[in-house]
Write a protein that binds this ligand. Structure first.
Ligand SMILES: Cc1cc2nc3c(=O)[nH]c(=O)nc-3n(C[C@H](O)[C@H](O)[C@H](O)COP(=O)(O)O)c2cc1C
Length: 329
């Protein structure tokens, strides 16, 4: 692995990832506006789309579909597929090549009933034969980096997890992101970063640790306990879009690229990005989802979130946000 990790720069095929900090795939959140917001704050070395149904991709338009809209600056971007259908892989990867993807991720961790019903997400891990077929097809269809995102399993079974990671490695996967929770565990449960540490030495594939990273200390501890090559941050980067930059500065010695903005400036920059990237009917829902997380750290943040949730237009939400920030200085 040494030749693929040099001074914390990760080399995946010909792609450099630096710093080794990724913004997680999150339905309704990891769209162009959030990716740009976090990227402009600095410190993020890898971006993901939310999960995309492979069968739908060939019919989607990258300039209209809110899941596919992307600015040229969002780089490197991995598109996450969710599928158990080997036939869908070819047309989907062709489309992702057209979109100039830097990598393709396969979702192996989503427990949602809709995905389970189709044998995708977490269910695909339960059907190893099919999982390998899907990955083999994906590997055959692209020279791009291929990554997967998994959970720890049904219970803490080091042997099983190690075997799964070896299997993924043998199928040509370049990066495994491990969400350090068991399959049934809710996001409020304490993450089990050390469980990744127990399997780290068994595989030479790059590993990203994910789950419950909300501060510089969390990032440091998760890396120490897991021995991972990089970290992936989800909700923490919505709560604090500057978190990746803070971690990159503290752990990887990156200089801060921009002046610290106020909370209000960050919030309204996000609103602006929503207005630039999405048609009017696509904005308010996304602002509400973002605010659920962004408001959490504030005193009276729940009032702020509730006031945005009950807004019926984006202008009303903007006025209520302006009032909240004016009151909280
Ligand atoms: C609203 C929401 C949507 C999510 N959507 C996806 C998804 O599309 N694909 C995926 O692999 N994980 C998805 N996840 C899981 C996250 O990628 C991540 O594994 C999880 O939030 C734990 O990381 P965190 O504690 O840093 O948030 C989602 C999580 C949330 C909160």
């Amino acid at each position: 692995m040494a030749e693929r990790v040099f001074k914390n720069k990760l080399l995946v095929r010909s792609l450099q990832i630096y710093p080794p900090i990724a913004l997680a795939p999150m339905v309704g959140l990891s769209h162009s506006a959030l990716r740009t917001l976090v990227q402009e704050e600095g410190g993020v070395g890898l971006l993901f789309t939310e999960m995309l149904a492979a069968r739908r991709l060939p019919h989607d338009n990258q300039y209209c579909s809110p899941l596919l809209i992307r600015s040229a600056d969002e780089y490197p971007l991995f598109y996450q597929l969710v599928t158990a259908d080997t036939e869908a892989i070819g047309p989907a990867t062709e489309k992702l090549h057209e979109f100039r993807a830097q990598g393709i991720d396969l979702n192996l961790g989503c427990p949602a009933p809709l995905q389970r019903k189709q044998g995708a997400g977490i269910s695909l891990v339960e059907n190893k034969g099919l999982m390998c077929k899907v990955l083999r097809r994906l590997r055959a269809c692209t020279d791009l980096p291929v990554s997967v995102k998994i959970r720890l399993g049904d219970n803490l079974d080091t042997v099983k997890l190690r075997e799964l990671c070896r299997l993924l490695e043998n199928e040509g996967v370049d990066i495994i992101t491990i969400h350090a929770r068991l399959n049934g565990e809710k996001f409020c449960r304490k993450p089990r970063w050390a469980a990744i540490g127990k399997i780290r030495e068994a595989v030479s594939v790059l590993i990203f640790v994910n789950g419950g990273i909300f501060s510089i200390d969390d990032a440091r501890t998760s890396l120490e306990q897991s021995g991972a090559d990089g970290i992936m941050i989800g909700r923490g980067a919505v709560e604090k879009p500057w978190l990746c930059a803070d971690i990159a500065r503290d752990i990887y010695g990156l200089s801060k690229s921009c002046q610290k903005k106020t909370d209000s400036e960050i919030y309204f920059k996000f609103v602006n990005l929503l207005e630039q990237r999405f048609t009017p009917e696509r904005r308010l829902g996304r602002l509400k989802q973002f605010t659920t997380y962004f408001a959490a750290p504030f005193v009276f943040g729940h009032h702020f979130a509730a006031s945005i949730q009950s807004s019926s237009t984006i202008d009303q939400a903007k006025q209520r946000a302006a009032d909240f920030f004016a009151r909280s200085v």
